[in-house]
Design a protein around this ligand. Structure first.
Ligand SMILES: [Zn+2]
Length: 732
């Protein structure tokens, strides 16, 4: 019955986790008599050790799971590992760089195997780290996004989309990272404000003398266009003005001569031109800009691709060929100036797009890619939320969700990387051109009229597969888990991936299963340090969750992550805050130790104390603490039902520390001296301790389980984790 003098989490936590594993309670058994409660864990990227953000989601989800398990629901918390396509490839590339290699030197098959090995090694490490944090998930059901069953489901979804005409291959302007050499979705680019120049360039009209020096001042034989990227003029195939712009009415329909290379280009009118930008006349470079591409389509302008996938100039006169875009820009500006085409260069602050990983400026390129027509899926996904089939916590994310969904554009799902699920497409080629597209995982028969078959080498955007995670992980459509647990109860994740992931899960799940994937979306905030700064290696303010666990225990870290932070709010964490919760853990330990000592030295020397007491024997102090406990049980239960975890923890903290320890335990010392009161007082001490550790268990599972294991009471369960949640009793 006795416990050691000092609370040492290092001596307890591993032992307790083993106890849970041995008990079999982590393994979910479907029981039709119980209500299901299911959380599908956001699959962790298997490309490195856990960071503090992981500790946040493990804590919050484990709180929900442990609470619902004690409410006697049939809980399933299904862990998963994500191959995390581009993200993992970027991490792996950095590893290669350290060895002086690049991925382009390694054959694709070999590269795939190398990255596979890398993720499997990480996967094991991550699993052990989750255990250290106390995650009470069902490891027997752990899933990996690249396992056969999952890929099958992903392929099925792609086929369905293709059959329904919701996926297509298109030549479009896409976001290209020249460094990583892959297309990126609109969500994978960041915007940076950059100081640059706005160059004003004269384009002379045809049939006028092109030697400007002989023209009179003020004559209208040229048109001035403004651009931030003069090098792209080599790909100009037109000039566009707004039809409402009176300044340029007489130019429309005429032909201009492209400076330096003398290409004849038409002047066209398009509503897409912003009259307020620059001079109101813009150069049209269809291969380098989304709007220009659209104007070119309207007016059947030529498309000349002048920037290659390596970010260097191509299809341009020899003196520019092979230059980087920046070197080409310098050369062009110099030549324009020398030849008198440059009207002026203004300082200009503008927004540029960069790769979210390497910050390289994004090159908008024309490329053949696979797209999902997302609007019809978005419509259904908005309806589901409108009808309240899915609720957001905090609620204000609903508005943000709608805003994004209303403005959604077709989703580019193909990536030019090997690490991922290959798009199951084959091309029947005739005379070097695609004759037929066949959706098939395996090599199909050669279609009639084709010379040979070509395999698609692009892989899916990783979010295309993780967007199907809730039903794929449960084994849609036939698995028992799917039938019993789907739709799941809660999706808990960071608000920063609301669009990347949550919105896509809602869209794809509704499309495939006809049902919402989850009832609640709980979004947590970002972790920041005590000065509200984002944590980053360069700032040196990163808190390593496992280092903290070794020092202060997982319980202290978990409590610190929840304490004081509501849903969606920034999570402020500091060593001091964790130490504060470690002190709370000490307090619980010491109070338990005191109670155990009192029992040992009393006549109640048994391991089987019945926690029943007669109301008529109770003192005022006894009644007060019991009523206080009851109140807390009611309000903590309500808080947990309402996802107000921080409020729940704060209430238990206040109650245990101040009302139980400071007041009642102090009073009990006197009562224990009185023979007539001793037994009742001991029972009340034990009872309040038991109920308190039950309430605390979801937050501090290790410490509370350790104390529970030592409680000398009758009718104990094998583990606290499967005990019944306390219920509120009438006031005494
Ligand atoms: Zn990049």
């Amino acid at each position: 019955m006795s416990i050691s003098k000092h609370y040492q989490p290092q001596k307890i936590e591993n032992k307790i986790y083993k106890l849970w594993e041995k008990s079999g309670f982590l393994k979910t058994k479907i029981s039709k008599n119980k209500k299901p409660f299911c959380i599908i864990m956001p699959p962790v990227n298997a490309n490195g050790p856990l960071h503090i953000g992981h500790a946040v989601f493990v804590t919050l989800e484990d709180i929900m799971i442990r609470y619902q398990r004690m409410r006697q629901k049939n809980v399933l918390w299904l862990p998963g590992v994500d191959h995390a396509g581009f993200e993992t490839q970027v991490v792996f590339e950095k590893e290669l760089e350290k060895q002086g290699k690049t991925r382009f030197q390694i054959p694709p098959k070999k590269l795939y195997q190398m990255i596979f090995g890398f993720t499997q090694k990480n996967r094991k490490i991550v699993r052990e780290q989750f255990k250290k944090l106390g995650a009470s998930c069902d490891w027997s059901r752990e899933k990996f996004t690249l396992e056969e069953g999952i890929i099958k489901i992903v392929y099925k979804t792609f086929k369905k989309l293709y059959k329904d005409g919701l996926v297509y291959r298109g030549k479009r302007i896409i976001n290209w990272c020249p460094r990583h050499q892959t297309a990126l979705s609109d969500l994978e680019i960041k915007h940076e404000i950059k100081k640059g120049k706005l160059w004003h360039i004269k384009y002379y009209l045809k049939s006028q003398k092109t030697n400007f020096q002989k023209q009179e001042k003020g004559s209208k034989n040229y048109i001035i266009v403004a651009t931030t990227r003069p090098e792209t003029m080599l790909g100009d195939t037109g000039i566009a003005v707004n039809p409402k712009d009176k300044r340029y009415k007489k130019f429309v329909g005429k032909t201009a001569i492209l400076p330096l290379i003398n290409r004849e280009i038409p002047i066209v009118a398009s509503n897409k031109v912003d009259v307020n930008f620059g001079t109101g006349a813009v150069k049209v470079t269809p291969a380098c800009d989304v709007i220009d591409f659209e104007i070119a389509k309207e007016h059947h302008l030529k498309i000349i691709e002048i920037v290659g996938k390596d970010g260097k100039m191509k299809n341009v006169p020899p003196s520019y060929q092979g230059l980087t875009t920046l070197a080409c820009r310098e050369k062009i500006v110099k030549e324009l100036q020398e030849k008198g085409y440059l009207e002026k260069a203004e300082n200009y602050t503008h927004q540029i797009s960069v790769c979210y990983k390497c910050k390289t400026p994004i090159e908008p390129l024309i490329s053949e890619q696979w797209f999902v027509k997302i609007k019809p899926l978005a419509k259904a996904a908005m309806e589901a939320v409108e009808k309240g089939k899915i609720k957001f916590i905090p609620e204000y994310y609903k508005k943000i969700y709608f805003h994004w969904m209303k403005n959604i554009k077709d989703w580019n799902i193909s990536r030019q990387i090997v690490w991922g699920i290959r798009i199951p497409i084959w091309y029947g080629i005739k005379n070097g051109k695609i004759k037929k597209i066949i959706v098939s995982e395996k090599k199909p028969k050669l279609p009639k009229g084709s010379d040979y078959l070509k395999k698609e080498t692009d892989t899916f955007d990783t979010w295309f597969s993780s967007g199907q995670w809730p039903f794929a992980a449960l084994g849609f459509p036939k698995n028992k888990d799917y039938k019993y647990f789907y739709p799941t109860s809660v999706m808990e994740t960071g608000w920063d991936i609301l669009f990347f992931w949550v919105a896509r899960m809602i869209m794809l799940s509704l499309y495939v299963t006809g049902e919402v994937p989850f009832r609640y979306v709980f979004l947590h905030g970002l972790v920041r340090d005590k000065d509200r700064q984002k944590m980053s290696k360069s700032k040196g303010n990163v808190i390593d969750p496992l280092g903290v666990v070794n020092l202060y225990g997982a319980d202290a870290l978990r409590a610190a992550l929840v304490f004081g932070t509501g849903a969606g709010k920034d999570i402020i964490i500091s060593e001091e805050k964790i130490i504060g919760q470690k002190r709370f853990a000490n307090k619980i330990w010491n109070a338990s130790r005191f109670i155990f000592q009192q029992i040992s030295s009393s006549k109640l020397k048994t391991q089987n104390i019945k926690l029943q007491f007669k109301i008529q024997n109770l003192t005022e102090a006894d009644k007060k603490i019991l009523n206080g406990l009851n109140e807390i049980i009611g309000s903590v239960t309500k808080d947990l039902d309402d996802f107000q975890f921080h409020n729940a923890l704060q209430k238990i903290y206040q109650f245990f520390w101040h009302r139980f320890c400071d007041l009642y335990i102090e009073k009990s010392k006197k009562q224990l001296q009185e023979k007539a009161l001793q037994e009742e007082t001991l029972k009340i001490l034990l009872y309040v301790l038991l109920q308190s550790i039950k309430l605390l268990h979801p937050f501090m599972p290790f410490l509370t389980e350790e104390i529970y294991q030592k409680l000398p009471i009758k009718n104990k369960q094998k583990c606290l984790m499967v005990e019944s949640w306390p219920s509120q009793k009438p006031k005494i």
